[in-house]
Design a protein around this ligand. Structure first.
Ligand code: SF4
Length: 436
């Protein structure tokens, strides 16, 4: 066997780039994974599952599955998209930018709505960025410069397990040679999470009252008067946290779904960005969303270049329209506005409301995913594909918008297609059917 070094982990938005993988000499089997966290290692090892599905399958009337060929799956997918008046093409967050680009071309040709997982995650952050901009930075700058770390509504100890050791709390960087001891960590979370347990200050905000607390920080920075308690937190603690941030040389605010999907949504992020902007009156400060899927950021980038919008892009009128709340996947499903669904590289079956999942079940649908998931179980056709970042390379964007080329480390099972190949063949078939 041999060891492949500098492998990128294709699981979360941290995109760790120091993974080592032991593979057989012929490159057909993956034996060991080093340096990854438990969830990252599990993804690599899952590619070796003995019961892995390696051929497309179609659900029959009685609910059983029948194996079909890739050619049949390509034809079904192309016809489904061409015949639909307004198909939804959803997901895109756990595949590479190359596949996302081909999917975008298909979306334009068939007049689809393309939406990614930001729709139930950081879409609100993207709206806020469009509202008032974002003073951000890279994770490298955080590691080398940041001495004040604020986690708001996120729990990296569980969701991004190596984020704290590689970039935020523990690493020794150029100007942060003391590592953890040179940094102050603040966590804002209603729960006493494992991340909160290692913080210097934990502000246990009342559920849904984040907006008030953001505003209180802006007041506290200026030393102005606060009520005795804001959002369940005594004012002394807010002044203390505000002074801690102001006294640092470089402060970074990381925020997650606890604040993007709670009461206030995008307005919370408007306020968070305003806090960051105000903090820059006293010291250097930046803010960054903790993106979940490893390439959800890339999906927003690709559509940003192509269509001008990062998610919820409606191409059904021949030009790009963007109106979150109207052109977002769940809203379209709820209003019965789409008549076919293609899901790729995500799992709405596990994360969408039951009523939306039921709609997917009732419509012509295709799920493209290496795993068996709740989504593949409700779609009519399941197309298994190679694991991006393990069995095929390609570009992915880290949560700080840095593009990173992922690596192929092992061969996919014989005859399996990649996302890019499958979508490329679907695109060619659509052109045939449309006579383009
Ligand atoms: Fe993979 Fe994220 Fe774990 Fe890093 S922190 S090894 S990118 S799952």
């Amino acid at each position: 066997s041999r060891t492949v070094t500098d492998v990128i982990c294709p699981f979360c938005g941290t995109l760790c780039d120091d993974i080592e993988v032991v593979v057989s000499d012929d490159g057909k089997e993956l034996h060991e994974v080093y340096n990854a966290c438990a969830i990252g290692a599990e993804k690599f090892l899952h590619s070796q599952a003995k019961d892995r599905i390696t051929r497309p399958r179609m659900r029959q009337e009685d609910g059983s599955w029948k194996e079909i060929t890739y050619d049949e799956a390509i034809d079904y997918t192309a016809r489904m998209l061409v015949n639909a008046k307004k198909p939804l093409m959803y997901g895109w967050s756990s595949t590479n930018c190359e596949a996302q680009a081909i999917g975008s071309e298909i979306g334009e040709l068939v007049g689809a709505v393309v939406d990614n997982t930001a729709t139930v995650c950081h879409g609100t952050s993207l709206i806020a960025v469009q509202d008032i901009g974002i003073p951000s930075c890279t994770l490298g700058e955080v590691k080398n410069r940041a001495d004040r770390i604020l986690f708001w509504g996120c729990n990296p100890a569980h969701a991004h397990p190596r984020h704290m050791s590689r970039y935020s709390i523990f690493p020794r960087g150029f100007f942060t040679g003391k590592g953890h001891t040179g940094r102050k960590v603040i966590v804002v979370d209603p729960r006493r999470t494992d991340t909160a347990k290692i913080a210097d200050i934990h502000l246990q905000v009342e559920q849904g009252r984040d907006y008030e607390l953001f505003d209180a920080f802006r007041v506290a920075f200026k030393g102005e008067h606060l009520p005795d308690v804001v959002a369940g937190i005594p004012k002394e603690k807010i002044y203390e946290a505000a002074e801690t941030l102001k006294s640092g040389r470089f402060a970074i605010i990381f925020f997650g779904m606890g604040v993007t999907q709670s009461l206030g949504k995008n307005h919370n992020i408007d306020a968070a960005i305003a806090v960051t902007r105000d903090l820059n009156e006293y010291t250097k400060a930046a803010i960054m969303p903790m993106r979940g899927h490893y390439n959800v950021t890339g999906s927003g980038q690709v559509w940003g270049w192509l269509f001008g919008f990062p998610y919820a892009v409606d191409l059904s009128r021949g030009f790009a329209r963007y109106n979150p709340g109207d052109t977002t996947a769940n809203d379209l499903l709820r209003r019965d506005e789409v008549d076919a669904v293609l899901v790729i590289a995500s799992d709405p079956g596990a994360h969408f409301p039951f009523s939306s999942v039921k709609k997917i079940y009732d419509l012509p649908s295709v799920a493209i995913d290496p795993h068996e998931t709740p989504t593949t179980e409700v779609c009519r056709v399941h197309v298994p594909v190679a694991f991006v970042g393990i069995e095929v390379g390609g570009c992915a964007y880290r949560m700080d918008n840095v593009p990173i080329e992922t690596r192929k480390v092992v061969e996919p099972p014989e005859g399996m297609m990649t996302d890019e190949e499958f979508l490329g063949r679907v695109l060619a078939r659509i052109k045939e059917l449309q006579g383009v």
